[in-house]
Design a protein around this ligand. Structure first.
Ligand code: CUA
Length: 338
């Protein structure tokens, strides 16, 4: 589930956030060099301006009769000094750019897809997650990114990486996180109504925890009654980006009160199991009246157990749960505990 740390909350930083990738220090060094040099130049230019404005204001008696001759030293210095500064910024910045643009050969490859308004990650094992990417600590990770719809931009402030995510094109960026932790991803390309909520987390965990995460298919507890699994999926698969469960308005219809509502396109004319399954896998064909056709298909992103679990969860919040929605499947006692 994605939750953003607001800048006034504890742990946030109004200047630069902590450096949490192996390349962050290089980026920051260039950043501070440019910032401090600019501040010094601004101070010099402003001081000179104030001095001359005061000295040669109309009412002043400063001597103005002398003819001013060119100063070779001054002219050479104002050409050479800025040129040198710009060259330093270029070469230093270029080195930092190359460091973040070219991943090491042994990098894990993760496919990233941006779409309005969430991120999907395909791990090297084939596991697909939404709004959360889990990677091992101290491991270079290459992100190969594309967009399903419009321009997005993938930005991880603590890693100092940012890259546009473009439809019909693959862009890449990489990082290596030397410490465990949870880091925010934000979208930095205005992409529509919920752009500001289009985030994700990168969770950097120990190698053992990573292996366990993969073994359990994304830390998913399969020993859960369907409705509870559905509740987990509601947040972990970013359904909550568009659908509320308390009746309040969202990009999509709220799930509260939806069960049994009349719906064109539904086999029995109302929202039932069959309708929900179809609408999750092929939403474009089942747009609820009064809503836009913006929901992506979850075909291939959710398996049938997960689709059923979501339907069970929707039944539960609508007071229509069946006993099998809230109890463990009979054969699950034989399954190994997680
Ligand atoms: Cu995606 Cu802004």
């Amino acid at each position: 589930m994605y939750e953003r740390t607001r800048f006034w909350e504890e742990g946030a930083n109004l200047l630069l956030p902590p450096q949490a990738s192996t390349t962050a220090a290089q980026i920051d060094a260039v950043f501070w060099f440019i910032t401090i040099t600019s501040a010094i130049l601004l101070a010099i230019v402003t001081a000179a301006m104030v001095y001359f404005v005061k000295r040669y204001r109309r009412r002043s008696h400063a001597d103005r009769t002398e003819v001013v001759h060119e100063s070779r030293v001054l002219e050479i210095s104002w050409v050479v000094v800025p040129t040198l500064l710009v060259m330093v910024v270029f070469f230093w910045g270029f080195r930092a750019y190359v460091a973040t643009a070219i991943p090491p050969d042994d990098a894990y490859s993760v496919q990233v897809k941006g779409q309005s308004w969430f991120w999907t990650f395909e791990h090297p094992s084939g596991l697909i997650t939404q709004s959360e990417l889990v990677v091992p600590v101290g491991q270079p990770v290459r992100l190969t990114m594309t967009s399903q719809d419009v321009l997005h931009s993938f930005f991880v402030p603590e890693f100092r990486i940012k890259m546009d995510v473009v439809p019909n094109r693959l862009t890449t960026i990489w990082f290596e996180a030397p410490q465990e932790g949870i880091y925010q991803v934000v979208c930095t390309e205005y992409c529509g109504k919920d752009h500001s909520n289009m985030g994700a987390h990168i969770r950097v965990v120990s190698r053992a925890a990573y292996i366990e995460y993969m073994r359990t298919g994304g830390g998913q507890d399969l020993n859960l009654p369907p409705a509870e699994l559905g509740e987990q999926l509601y947040t972990s698969r970013a359904c909550n980006a568009c659908h509320t469960t308390d009746g309040s308005a969202g990009t999509g219809p709220t799930w509260l009160g939806i069960w049994g509502q009349p719906r064109p396109g539904s086999p029995e004319g109302t929202v039932n199991d069959e309708y929900l399954r179809a609408a999750i896998l092929a939403p474009g064909a089942y747009v609820a009246p009064g809503f836009q056709n913006v929901m992506p298909s979850f075909e291939g992103l959710l398996d049938s157990t997960q689709v059923n679990a979501l339907a069970a969860y929707i039944r539960l919040i609508n007071g229509a749960a069946t006993p099998s929605d809230t109890t463990l499947p009979a054969d699950s006692t034989a399954a190994p505990a997680n």
